[in-house]
Design a protein. Structure first.
Length: 520
């Protein structure tokens, strides 16, 4: 039976994992998912790969051997029907074709899901899947044959690498958000909000523990400074440029920055030099994109001249090839989230913490004694001080511009907003420092991390937390009665990842439903 205990000072014991083992009969939820050709794949991952077009796009062919070019992958569809709407492809013998795109792990899912009998799929112009397991045709309700594209042979990177690189929780989740069997069961038996909240706490702890384990594995070949740097870079990429930012973090490492950028210059000059390095290696310098314009203002021209000069001075000291500018996405992003603005942000962050390093600066924020009356106030001060390291970044040029040569903003803007700073704190800082604390057996630091996680207010909702609110609670978790903390939001995400996300796991196998049933 589920014991409702409050483990108030530590992430241990891993209660959620124990419940999965007890009621689902496996070590972890991942073992419930079937593998295809030895690789465990989720449909949402295939959706992300398609959306980002992480493919070798120069020579794509349909299963019928027709040459195909992807002009537009389409727009995520969050309602019933095909996964992507309004896509545009160039198909050999057909010319430009516009329509919808349906995504599956295997080609046979088209028939298994009954799409050939559903009129909502009549406008599908391309059926995309990871593997062709059925060798059948994909037909619409009107018996029209749909071109099919198997992605596996055209992946830009190994599938295992992509699975590790892409954080699917920050992508839209397609599908209806109807109340699930767990909610229906909860409405029948008398389990109060405290019980549900405690379960979500356990699941939230599990999510942080899983992330900490992943970061611990990374630091076996990298320093904690590099691990943290790469994780922050990925987080700054948002959903459209996560892969690109993570790759840039491995292309230009902390050690390389230290070798190429002098420390005996002002913070502003150091920031500009790091910007020149990262812009140059990202392929986003104006000279690399032929983006010079005659109407650029004097501030832009002076800034561009400076970073182009700096780049020309250090370019020969770098052996790696810069990224292709076309690999970056500016579409569907708010201007404040443009890659240019985010590169400026990480540059400023590195410049302001150059001597000590970001990792040590953040660690010191947790070790500092604040003038607080209570333990709770002390934790609040730690959270506020740590998040301000990210939210108080400004730049002489980029606080007034979103792109090279764009319209100058009258009001100076933050390079990283407060909302993104809280996301970085919960999703990056806590698990990275937890992996460090456990390696050093630092129980005091682990205790502070747990209290910060437990005490942190909830973040802005995303598609998955909304979906899960309906799934479990029968409503969007906006009122804060149950999902009232970042910890419980993380719990929703963990349950979704383990169970609700996968078509391969029936609801009856879900650890939440099994635990609820054990209470009867």
């Amino acid at each position: 039976m589920f014991e409702n205990k409050d483990y108030s000072n530590s992430f241990r014991p891993p209660c959620y994992r124990e419940l999965v083992r007890r009621y689902c009969g496996v070590k972890d939820a991942e073992n419930l998912k079937y593998s295809v050709k030895g690789k465990k794949v989720k449909e949402q991952l295939v959706n992300c790969i398609w959306s980002e077009q992480i493919l070798k796009k120069d020579k794509l062919y349909t299963e019928d051997g027709l040459r195909i070019e992807i002009i537009s992958s389409g727009i995520w569809n969050l309602e019933e029907g095909p996964d992507f709407k309004d896509a545009e492809i160039l198909l050999e013998g057909k010319g430009i074709v516009k329509g919808d795109v349906e995504i599956h792990v295997c080609s046979g899912d088209w028939a298994r899901h009954g799409h050939s009998k559903q009129k909502e799929y009549d406008n599908v112009c391309l059926h995309v899947f990871m593997w062709n397991d059925a060798k059948d045709k994909s037909l619409t309700i009107k018996n029209r044959r749909i071109p099919q594209l198997e992605l596996y042979s055209y992946l830009k990177y190994e599938l295992e690498k992509l699975a590790g690189m892409i954080d699917i929780e920050n992508y839209p989740h397609t599908g209806s958000a109807n109340a699930g069997p767990c909610h229906k069961r909860l409405s029948v038996i008398s389990l109060d909000d405290k019980w549900i909240g405690q379960f979500l706490d356990y699941a939230g702890d599990e999510r942080i523990l899983v992330k900490a384990d992943r970061f611990e594995k990374q630091q076996k070949s990298k320093t904690f400074e590099q691990v943290l740097y790469e994780a922050i870079m990925e987080s700054l990429g948002y959903k459209n440029n996560k892969e690109q930012f993570k790759y840039l973090g491995t292309l230009v490492t902390i050690n390389q920055i230290k070798k190429l950028i002098p420390s005996d210059v002002s913070t502003n000059e150091r920031s500009k030099k790091i910007q020149a390095l990262l812009f140059g290696m990202s392929g986003l310098l104006p000279s690399q994109r032929s983006k010079y314009a005659s109407d650029m203002d004097k501030h832009t021209l002076e800034y561009i001249n400076d970073i182009e000069r700096i780049w020309s001075e250090i370019r020969n000291d770098i052996k790696s090839k810069p990224m292709d500018a076309e690999s970056w996405s500016f579409k569907y992003s708010r201007p404040g989230n443009y890659p240019t603005r985010r590169i400026a942000a990480i540059s400023r962050l590195l410049a302001e913490n150059y001597e000590t390093g970001i990792f040590r600066v953040i660690l010191a924020s947790f070790e500092k004694t604040y003038n607080s009356k209570s333990d709770m106030d002390q934790i609040k001060a730690i959270i506020k001080n740590t998040e301000s390291i990210f939210s108080e970044l400004y730049d002489d040029y980029w606080s007034h511009y979103y792109t090279f040569g764009g319209r100058r903003l009258k009001i100076r803007g933050r390079l990283i907003g407060k909302e993104r700073s809280t996301v970085i704190f919960v999703n990056i800082i806590i698990p990275v420092l937890l992996s460090y604390a456990r390696k050093r057996e630092d129980s005091e630091l682990e205790g502070k991390l747990f209290k910060a996680f437990k005490q942190h207010s909830k973040l802005s909702p995303n598609n998955i937390t909304r979906f899960m609110g309906y799934r479990i609670l029968g409503k969007e978790p906006q009122d804060g009665t149950v999902v009232n903390s970042a910890r419980r939001q993380q719990g929703l995400l963990q349950i979704f990842k383990d169970f609700c996300e996968s078509d391969d796991i029936a609801c009856e196998k879900c650890v939440l439903l099994q635990t609820i049933n054990s209470m009867v």
